[in-house]
Ligand binder design. Sequence first.
Ligand code: GLC
Ligand code: CA
Length: 554
Amino acid sequence: MAEIEQQSAPGSEWWRTAVIYQIYPRSFADANGDGIGDLPGITSRLDALSELGVDAIWLSPFMPSPQKDAGYDVSDYRGVDPLFGTLDDFDTMLAAAHERGIRVIVDLVPNHSSDQHRWFQDALKAAPGSPERARYIFRDGKGPHGDLPPNNWESVFGGGMWTRVTEPDGTPGQWYLHIFDTSQPDFDWTNPDVREEFRGVLRFWLDRGVDGFRVDVAHGLIKKDGLPDYTPDPEGGSMGGDEDDVPYWGQSGVHEIYRDWHALLAEYPGERALCAEAWLPTLEKTALWVRPDEMNQAFNFGYLMTPWDAEELSTVIRESLDAFGGVGAPSTWVLSNHDVIRHASRLALTVESPQGDGIGPRTEPKPDRALGLARARAATTVMLSLPGSAYLYQGEELGLPEAMEIPDEFRQDPTWFRTKGARYGRDGCRVPLPWSGTSPSYGFNDTGASWLPQPAEWAEYARAAEEGVDGSTLELYKELLRGRAERGLGSGSLVWEDLGRGTVAFRRGDLHVAANLGEVPVALPAGASVVVGSGPLTGRELPVDTAVWYTLAD
Ligand code: GLC
Ligand code: CA
């Protein structure tokens, strides 16, 4: 086979090569023992992240919020919810991270606020057509009495995308749009007030010293003119990305907003970064979000959604490097986050589960735990060898599976409520982390309280139980991250190799990477010496569901 070499886009900014660890604050570490993780908890556990070897952390929202969507319903963009601590706690955490050389990215939720946000409360009190209403998307209903929603759009969490309000005089009134829960009204981003307000919010956090933002639902801010009816593909994932030309996803008007933010970040010293959460149908489209004057990174959800198949995995890697490289941006890589089934379970699923649906007690057959973990370790071994920036989600370094047996009464994802339990939603990937021991809450705090129950078998996944244990998932991650840093794998070229059917193989300089996604063991070349493996080898044979980094003797 002819050698095909792919180059990652040049540039030295930190975000081009960084490994960024996602912290889901409510489930990371709980300092005050109320069962919900908090900012002091994060500060107290930063050493564990230094030891792991990550470059940056991204914190899911910790701003004041009624917590209807676990903080993605923000009522005040310039503060900290008392549940998670205070602004001082934030500053302390930020300084402690920076002291350790760890950068900090915060989550910005610009598509919608909480219905408890002052602006929305003002809008409810104001008249139709008022400037207060114009910050959100209020419309009159259809039908002679206005009692039908303005269009047929369906919420990502199930049910309609419109809710009718009662006007201050007690009469049934206008409707407002919410892509997500009724408690999350969408802003009207064609309104200059909204744009100005968010410039202020960006400055607030930049002034405090954050290194960047992960931008929530970055593909939703602009809706198509006239809000035309649209019926999504019922088989599709809830965040979009399955179809072209959805009137509320990926409209071209979003780009000028991100150009404006790019210019604003550029006024600040250091290299501040913007990363888009945008679920789009193709990598080419995703790449438009990271043109030189827009965002710096966009999540590679195409990579995350790729099934365990060698050809598909090779293709998505090749296309990602081409598409992002084509606009001078690094590719990103991600396998898990707080919205998807953890990859240690997902990669062993034999039933369809579109993004957002989740898995639970009714799911049959259940994913095999050992198979899922083997594939997850192999998948990560490949991912951390790729040029570009990689995202890790808290707990994947422990090999955590999705928690499937959460009793109904504990579930909190709005998806669960809005679909009356038909879809489990995302609670299964949000269970508090096990840190140590076998007692309740496994060191998440000292009290044993936990907002979602942790499965009994999680004692074996506790960080302390894996620390220093040869072959543990935690030690594998540390080795991969160390090797990635030492060898500078975050940048440079990738040369494709061919080890036959069912394999993904390439070379990064003199380091070779091979993964066996097929059905039979595959022989590595003579002289291969393994640097790190996701599982044990039998002689020179690479077993199925295993990946290795190796070098060749001259
Ligand atoms: C993003 C978040 C998700 C949240 C949604 C609404 O997709 O990742 O957790 O529910 O936006 O803000
Ligand atoms: Ca707490």
